[in-house]
Design a protein around this ligand. Structure first.
Ligand code: NDP
Length: 420
């Protein structure tokens, strides 16, 4: 855009002035940006062309009992109902004894992609012969990780096409998510493979399809706990299992089923300073691992129990990236009371399953709109201009309406002001 050249070289103050001078924003809008800029010292060092801090609400979700331990879970989300649903699902599971989790390993996968490698078998054999040397080169490139007990663990070759192959490297990244560390190690190994083994490297980077960093969460609820709105526990359990079956069969339903799961997962991933795009891409790749996109969780009725299970890649960290930079992340780690990244994975997997249980429970009984619209009314009232001291009165009126939208919310706000 003209007039904004070298924006990246400007200070935050200069960027605000430019936005005003170029008539992109009014003085009042620039004042708003300034007012919402809480931590320019962090923001300007974290991203490019920084102009302000975009805040998203954070709340706490309750009732999580996981492997015998209770957790208070901070969640960052802009969507109404997510935290309420998370607490509701966790509360049901807590009454049934809580969640059980399983994590077998925590390795990140990186790829060194080779091109023009028509003789796959021969290249594979050479890689196998030089495996120890390649892993050593990778480890030397980030030796502090090795000193912490981590490092490159294994290599494998996969043929992708007649002329393309992937050398996958698995790395124990300890407490970090590991993207940057792994990329450093991969580039060093790729250089060795190019110079010493004379192979054509196309590119090297970690894979977000973190199949060696899977978390499993399970729960089992007596059907007698589930009865509601005239439906028996048996009927509710059966319908939840049927809904879960549909998510295995139909990608249209699976996408929404998984969106509900990610409502909870992303909210904790964000609260803990982790990269939610990485978690999202890995989760969806995993959901499509059979060749068809399917639900990440499954529910079934067995004897007098409703049993739920979720499994997905959760390569999250407790250090590295923005985690050490943002003070709120440290506070959230304290609220959670997690001791390491594996424990964080366990909690996040349970939040996904709990969110899913609450959504299915609502969908097959009263539908999600009733609860959703209650919270949605608040957002509408705020969007309609209701001030904090007017909200209670506005919501009281809106609650009695059959249907609410922005126009009705605006009418209610106007009426209340007229009658003051
Ligand atoms: P960092 O680059 O910050 O590396 C981790 C840091 O944590 C290192 O400096 C390491 O110290 C330090 N550390 C301290 N204690 C430990 C410990 N116990 N275990 C491990 N490390 C420790 O972050 P990551 O490598 O984790 O990369 C994550 C970032 O990469 C995220 O911001 C992500 O968004 C981004 N990213 C993601 C990509 C993707 O997902 N495709 C691609 C590229 C980047 P030391 O240096 O001493 O070892």
């Amino acid at each position: 855009m003209s007039g904004l050249r070298k924006f990246y070289r400007k200070t935050v103050q200069e960027r605000w002035s430019t936005l005003y001078e170029k008539e992109i924003l009014t003085e009042k809008q620039v004042e708003y940006l300034k007012d919402k800029t809480y931590a320019p010292e962090f923001g300007d060092s974290m991203i490019e062309n920084y102009i302000t801090d975009y805040t998203v609400p954070e709340g706490l979700s309750f009732h999580y009992l996981i492997d015998g331990r209770e957790y208070l879970v901070p969640m960052v989300t802009e969507e109404p109902s997510v935290i309420a649903a998370s607490s509701h699902g966790a509360g049901l599971v807590k009454k049934a004894g809580g969640f059980k989790t399983r994590i077998e390993q925590r390795l990140m996968i990186g790829q060194i992609l080779l091109e023009n490698c028509e003789n796959y078998a021969e290249v594979c054999q050479r890689i196998e012969e030089k495996k120890a040397a390649i892993l050593e080169v990778a480890n030397k490139a980030h030796y502090s990780l090795v000193k912490r007990g981590g490092g490159a663990r294994w290599l494998r070759c996969r043929q992708l096409a007649d002329d393309l192959m992937s050398i996958d490297m698995a790395v124990d990244v300890q407490e970090a998510m590991g993207a940057n560390m792994l990329n450093t190690m991969l580039e060093a190994a790729a250089d060795y493979i190019h110079t010493k083994l004379d192979q054509n490297v196309l590119l090297s980077i970690l894979s977000n399809y973190a199949t060696e960093c899977l978390a499993v969460a399970e729960c089992s609820l007596p059907l007698s706990l589930l009865g509601k709105n005239g439906l028996t526990g048996e009927e509710i359990g059966r319908k939840i299992a049927q809904a879960s079956r549909v998510a295995q069969l139909d990608p249209y339903r699976a996408a929404t089923h998984n969106k509900g799961i990610m409502n909870g997962i992303d909210a904790v991933v964000m609260a803990t300073g982790n990269d939610w795009r990485a978690i999202e891409s890995g989760a969806h790749a995993f959901a499509a691992r059979s060749g068809q996109y399917r639900g990440l969780s499954k529910w079934k009725v067995s004897a007098d129990q409703l049993k739920g299970r979720i499994e997905l890649p959760l390569p999250v960290g407790t250090v590295g990236g923005s985690i050490g930079i943002l003070p709120l992340v440290k506070i959230n780690q304290k609220i959670l009371g997690i001791r390491n990244a594996t424990e964080l994975e366990r909690v996040i997997a349970c939040v996904g399953l709990s969110q899913n249980l609450a959504a299915l429970y609502a969908l097959i009984s009263e539908g999600i709109q009733r609860g959703h619209m209650r919270l949605q009314a608040k957002s509408l009232a705020i969007a309609a201009g209701a001030k904090p001291d007017e909200l209670f009165q506005v919501l009281n009126v809106m609650r009695k309406n059959e249907k609410n939208d922005l126009a009705t919310a605006k009418a209610v706000v106007a009426r209340i002001r007229r009658n003051r």
